[in-house]
Design a protein around this ligand. Structure first.
Ligand SMILES: [Zn+2]
Length: 187
């Protein structure tokens, strides 16, 4: 029963991740506005927007314009479900699970945006950083999460390591290898 619930929640959040992946690089809001077909721009009916299932019912094509729907939508939804379920199976019904689920969703969104646009949006990394620091003050959290001093040191080092790589790469190759987005992500 728990697992069915998690699969549904994972699929829905995966669907939200898809919205973020498409809209964040275009600086569009992710909360408002119904989903549109990226090809014909027509609104997608709710029953054609069910995570994973709709893709197969529609045979991978938009109901209105018949143009192919990117299989990436399904991959993102599946990844979210697998992450949610795996984390739950390890950490059970806990705050640790919630925090790791948020982190994994952030990673999925970042991965697919970075893959296509070579950027890592601050709107994802900054809240994750803040949450990563705040959670250090929550008592009795799983020991995988460090004390706040260690959390801070880890954040600074994470940023510093990538910043250092970017700096030296620039000196040697005279071009950019990584961006500061990578530094913020590691932080
Ligand atoms: Zn369409």
């Amino acid at each position: 029963m728990d697992l069915i619930f998690l699969i549904i929640i994972g699929g829905l959040w995966g669907s939200f991740a898809n919205v973020c992946i498409v809209r964040l690089p275009e600086d569009k809001g992710v909360v408002s506005g119904r989903s549109n077909c990226p090809k014909c721009k027509k609104q997608i009916n709710w029953y054609d927007n069910i995570p994973i299932i709709s893709y197969f019912i529609l045979n991978g094509k938009c109901r209105k314009c018949k143009k192919p729907i990117s299989f990436q939508y399904v991959v993102v939804e599946l990844l979210s479900i697998v992450s949610f379920v795996t984390i739950y199976l390890i950490y059970g019904f806990s705050l640790t699970t919630l925090l790791l689920i948020i982190l994994s969703l952030g990673f999925i969104i970042i991965f697919f945006i970075d893959l296509k646009h070579f950027i890592i949006p601050d709107v994802i990394t900054f809240p994750l950083m803040a949450l990563g620091f705040i959670k250090s003050f929550i008592p009795n959290l799983d020991p995988i999460f460090p004390y706040y001093v260690l959390s801070l040191i880890g954040g600074v080092f994470g940023y510093g390591i990538i910043w250092g790589i970017i700096f030296f790469y620039k000196q040697v190759k005279k071009k950019e290898g990584m961006g500061l987005g990578d530094a913020k992500l590691l932080a």
